[in-house]
Write a new protein. Structure first.
Length: 416
């Protein structure tokens, strides 16, 4: 696990201890005050603020104030603010950043909180795995959504093609939906855009690896160089090279643009693709990513809120009250409908969020979600190695040699 130098770590630990101060820091004659940083800046921010306001109104002894900034700003300012003693007691952030700060001692363990069955309902298992580092839970999920397949209904209807459910059906459908009318080798319409690097949420290729029984990291060890992953890369290279069902050299941003042009029949994306579809006049459908030979799974995008070491004992107890309130059944439904994320609770049904068809569709797929590199501190270098592997493999370079290189690069990243 990657760690900061010892002297820096000691300095941060002392600074955090100094600004936490213990129980006496919270005034006994007023409410316990908490600051909550998050990056929900759109409609999701409005519904989160309402949940906070409702919590404050129903709790005379606690007062939560929110501070909203883009996620990147939070990432840049979080540790300096804690060290200066003016950081938040609660902070939300993309899940892949949690291990970085947990490794630096910035968060409080929530294992005792999760041990209280009355405080925490049955949550999506993948969302729970997402907030753990070395087996310790450091956060409460606020969002967990698997990647999904968006498809252009008009193009499907014109080609008389059914929505695929397996890889073989997926390739067959993509062939039928690919159109090269002038025969110049560059289709005017693609059946599929399969980004081969910097994919949406960095999760497209882990999703495909899962579908054939492979992976990237397991139990802190690189598992990239496997027969299963070799088969996956060969399968998709052959499908793309032979029938040109997808362009190559495409990243996630370019893939979004190609899909929104209306010239692509199928695309892997997140819930925001629904808005992009509407903005571009695409009559879209949502379906699970087709099942691979071994499994049906999808890498998930996640956000979670953690309790920081700056909080004293009274603030920690108050924050946990808020976590329980946020995860209440009624609040989970309201949060899902307002934010566009599927429910975190497994007892919220698709019908309860049926007024938002996108959320309802994603709710039915929620159990397929797997967190991307949970607990991995140096996820940036791991994903860089995977990007190099998949882009070069789709370009036709020898897969066995690429897998060996990726295995070394990923393990080196884990060992830093």
């Amino acid at each position: 696990m990657k760690r900061i130098p010892t002297l820096v770590a000691v300095g941060l630990t002392l600074a955090l201890a100094a600004c936490s101060g213990g129980p006496s820091d919270t005034a006994s004659d007023g409410p316990v005050k908490l600051t909550f940083w998050h990056g929900y800046t759109e409609a999701d921010g409005d519904v989160l603020q309402k949940i906070v306001d409702d919590f404050n109104a129903s709790h005379d002894d606690v007062e939560i104030s929110t501070q909203v900034n883009p996620w990147g700003v939070i990432d840049d300012t979080f540790l300096p603010a804690l060290s200066a003693g003016n950081g938040p007691e609660i902070v939300a952030m993309p899940a892949e950043r949690l291990p970085v700060y947990a490794d630096r001692g910035a968060f409080v363990s929530l294992d005792d909180y999760y041990a209280d069955a009355d405080a925490t309902p049955d949550l999506n298992a993948g969302a729970l795995d997402m907030v753990k580092v070395d087996g310790t839970a450091y956060a409460v999920p606020t969002g967990f959504v698997p990647l999904t397949m968006f498809y252009n209904k008009a193009l499907f209807a014109a080609a008389g093609v059914e929505v695929p459910t397996t890889w073989d059906e997926w390739v067959a459908a993509a062939k039928a939906l690919t159109v090269d009318a002038d025969g110049d080798g560059t289709p005017e319409q693609y059946g599929l855009v399969l980004a081969d690097h910097q994919t949406v949420g960095n999760g497209v290729w882990p999703t495909l690896f899962y579908g054939n029984g492979g992976g990237v990291v397991e139990d802190g060890k690189a598992v990239v160089d496997s027969p299963e992953n070799a088969e996956t890369l060969a399968f998709w290279h052959d499908a793309i090279a032979a029938d040109k069902i997808s362009p190559t050299g495409v990243d996630g941003v370019t893939g979004d643009g190609l899909y929104s042009s209306g010239r692509v029949a199928m695309y892997i994306g997140g819930p925001w693709m629904a808005s992009i579809s509407k903005e571009n006049g695409i009559d879209y459908g949502i379906a699970p990513i087709p099942a691979g030979p071994q499994a049906q799974a999808a890498s998930a995008i996640g956000v979670a809120m953690a309790l920081t070491e700056q909080a004293d004992d009274a603030q920690r107890a108050a924050a946990q009250e808020f976590f329980t309130y946020f995860l209440d059944h009624e609040q989970d439904v309201a949060w899902s409908l307002g934010s566009g994320w599927p429910p975190l609770r497994t007892d919220v049904t698709a019908s309860e969020v049926g007024s938002n068809p996108v959320v309802a569709a994603l709710t039915e797929q929620a159990s397929l979600g797997r967190p991307l590199l949970p607990g991995v501190v140096n996820s940036t270098d791991v994903l860089t190695a995977v990007d190099a592997l998949t882009q070069r493999a789709m370009a036709g370079e020898p897969i066995d040699a690429l897998l060996a290189q990726a295995q070394t690069a990923v393990q080196d990243a884990l060992d830093k």
